[in-house]
Design a protein around this ligand. Structure first.
Ligand code: FAD
Length: 262
């Protein structure tokens, strides 16, 4: 196993098409499929699927996960206290889920082909076709359990750098969260990057916004509606919107994002 294939390459799992190719198909045809030293960054849906496929091909990948649990986006988190001081989310949690979120795809198309996303069994079950987010997390936890992936995951371990070495291998630098400054560097034949797309909010650039006294937040940090309830007192014919605290603004548009009556 010391003779590593120079072709070991980085696979961007989120691109999909590469991920569907078995890793052995990325190696020269003449080579037997050796057990490679592989790293997967992230234990969300993509990282778990990648780890499962790599295991099936005889490898024992190391899965680096910044969080303390599997699930990625589906790991609902109340905004960390830091988020209150950082409402636009640069230091906020990974997940964008809000409390009442249900899937926007039917469960039949969300599951892995050989591990269908059927309603969980047990006391807390959401059997709806478009279930709440808790059901998706349960499904991913069941997947992890079923394919015995927990043992592959290094939890609360963040990858802070990946560097290509001269010989074609990858130097992966990680740090255990909570431990000050301690970083570890290891060499891998390939790295599968499954770090997700939806954790770094894009914020509009508005000149003067920093000095604006009102509340600003990105939807990434939205969780529950209660803090926004009944804030508008009334609107006036001159274009003014008056709030309950007595303040007012001139508004051109009132956009009703208030859901449906059903
Ligand atoms: C609000 C919202 C609703 C959605 N609804 C649906 C839906 O209904 N149906 C659907 O199919 N899809 C939906 N999606 C898409 C969703 O992104 C996918 O379902 C899926 O969660 C993507 O999985 P992933 O593994 O690519 O990324 P993620 O789930 O984001 O997982 C990435 C993981 O990588 C970890 N990570 C990141 N960086 C590092 C690092 N440097 N070191 C270590 N670990 C790291 C993170 O902690 C995380 O666990 C939704 C997304 C959002 C944001």
């Amino acid at each position: 196993t010391e003779k590593r294939p120079a072709e070991a390459r980085r696979i961007q799992a989120n691109s999909g098409s590469q991920l569907r190719k078995p890793l052995c198909s990325l190696l020269p045809a003449s080579m037997p499929s050796p057990s490679l030293r592989l790293a997967v960054v992230g234990a969300g849906a993509a990282g778990l699927a990648a780890a499962r496929e790599l295991r099936r091909e005889g490898h024992a990948p190391v899965v680096f996960e910044r969080a303390a649990a599997v699930g990625g986006t589906w790991l609902y988190a109340s905004p960390a206290p830091a988020a209150a001081a950082d409402p636009l989310g640069a230091a906020a949690t990974h997940s964008s889920l809000y409390a009442s979120l249900r899937t926007n795809l039917p469960r039949e198309v969300m599951g892995f082909l050989d591990f269908p996303f059927t309603a969980a069994r047990g006391s807390v079950v959401d059997a709806r076709r478009f279930p709440g987010h808790q059901e998706v997390l349960r499904y991913l936890e069941d997947f992890t359990q079923r394919f015995d992936l927990y043992g592959l995951v290094r939890f609360q371990t963040e990858v802070v750098g990946v560097r290509r070495e001269a010989g074609g291998r990858w130097a992966v630098t990680s740090r255990k969260l909570g431990e000050k400054g301690e970083q570890d560097e290891e060499l891998y034949d390939a790295v599968v990057v499954c770090n997700g797309h939806y954790s770094e909010p894009r914020v509009a650039s508005i000149p003067g916004a920093d000095a604006w006294p009102g509340k600003q937040m990105h939807s990434h940090n939205y969780r529950v509606p209660e803090p926004f309830l009944d804030q508008i007192d009334h609107a006036q014919g001159d274009g003014t919107v008056v709030f309950q605290d007595g303040s007012s603004i001139k508004a051109d548009v009132i956009m009703h994002c208030t859901g449906y009556l059903y």
